[in-house]
Design a protein around this ligand. Structure first.
Ligand SMILES: C[S@@+](CC[C@H](N)C(=O)[O-])C[C@H]1O[C@@H](n2cnc3c(N)ncnc32)[C@H](O)[C@@H]1O
Length: 343
């Protein structure tokens, strides 16, 4: 490792600053439609053509393209055509690609960035910021998890055949914190014999779930309720209950109540499935790259009043609620832990 000096420390801080600028550049490029246009024109486009196609002021666009070239997001040829670097057509270009990352970038810049400008007040008072409860936030917040069902279908179920077989055979499945219903809707499409219920306290998410369910004419097998998990009244009704990227978002004061309600809702021997960020319990692990996602998520979410749980806290919570046989596996190179527990 290079010895620490004023020079290396300055370089480190400059790298963070550069990352900030690059993130804004990507968000701006997405809003202007530049990535979409370059994705549709794999051979590349010159600045004048791109400018007239997208209605962008040419001198500004030239600066954007040159800067994107500097960040190694774009390549350029001798005829002045710019192209997306390899694989960035998937990550930044094609919005339907499962690797597309633009929703995360938009959330970072448009909402979390806004939150950070108000963060000093929240840090002083400990009072969560309203913007994280807004309909705009709810809309943007579900975009990054739109494809979470793919993680279940292609990463989790192949390693947990028993769960997949149960779903194929036909079970009742409850998703606590269903957001806009994207998980249960996609699971219902994949498992035609099972019935799905989603609940959550976010009225906007539930409204959007209802309209998708009705558009897809799935009302006979998929339903949603506008309800916090702490208010659930089911008893011995579901073979599986899930909490997907939700456990850490439940207010700490309600968390135990929600997990107990999940336990009650499950049939005996039923499974609780939790997918969530792992969070370090030891200081040295805050430099372990495995925890990257959880650490960054917690950093902005603290101003929303959300508190991530360490492995020990998760286990303790589940055990205190009656669950046994708690098992966990990393998913997506440590981005998430997939946890199962039995009633
Ligand atoms: C990051 S979102 C994940 C949504 C969804 N599971 C997905 O994967 O797209 C976290 C969800 O937790 C929900 N939530 C917060 N408090 C809750 C509570 N008390 N009971 C149930 N869900 C809750 C929020 O409304 C939000 O939809």
């Amino acid at each position: 490792m290079e010895e620490i000096s004023a020079k290396t420390q300055m370089a480190k801080i400059r790298t963070y600053e550069k990352g900030f600028m690059a993130t804004h550049l990507v968000n701006l490029g997405a809003k202007l439609g530049i990535f979409e246009a370059l994705n549709e024109n794999k051979k590349g486009l010159t600045v004048p053509i791109l400018a007239s196609k997208l209605g962008i002021h040419e001198p500004y666009l030239r600066i954007w393209c040159q800067t994107a070239y500097h960040f190694e997001i774009l390549d350029g040829d001798e005829e002045g055509r710019y192209t997306l670097q390899p694989y960035l057509d998937e990550i930044l270009g094609d919005k339907n690609h499962f690797r597309n990352y633009l929703a995360n970038i938009a959330m970072d810049v448009d909402l979390i960035g806004d939150g950070f400008t108000k963060a000093p007040g929240a840090f002083r008072t400990g009072r969560p910021l309203d913007i994280y409860q807004s309909p705009e936030f709810s809309e943007l917040a579900y975009e990054p998890t739109t494809n979470i069902a793919l993680a279940f279908l292609f990463m989790i179920f192949p390693k947990h055949e028993n769960l997949k077989l149960m779903l194929e055979k036909g079970i009742s499945f409850l998703d606590i914190g269903c957001g806009n219903g994207s998980l249960i809707i996609q699971l219902a499409q994949a498992f035609g014999n099972s019935r799905f219920v989603g609940i959550g306290p976010d009225a906007n998410g539930i409204k959007s779930a209802r309209s998708t369910i009705s558009e897809l004419e799935m009302e006979d097998r998929v339903s949603v309720n506008h309800l916090g998990g702490e208010k659930l009244e089911y008893k011995d009704e579901f073979e599986m209950v899930s909490m997907v990227v939700t456990l850490h978002e439940i207010p700490p004061a309600l968390r135990e109540k929600v997990v107990k309600k999940a336990y009650k809702a499950l049939k005996p021997q039923g499974y609780l499935l939790v997918l969530d960020f792992p969070y370090p319990s030891k200081l040295e692990d805050f430099r372990n790259p495995i925890y990257n996602y959880g650490i960054l998520d917690q950093f902005y979410e603290i101003c929303a009043g959300r508190v991530h749980l360490t492995i020990e806290q998760q286990n303790q919570l589940l055990t205190a609620s009656g669950f046994t046989d708690i098992q966990r596996w990393p998913v997506g190179r440590g981005m998430f832990d997939f946890i199962t527990a039995t009633k």
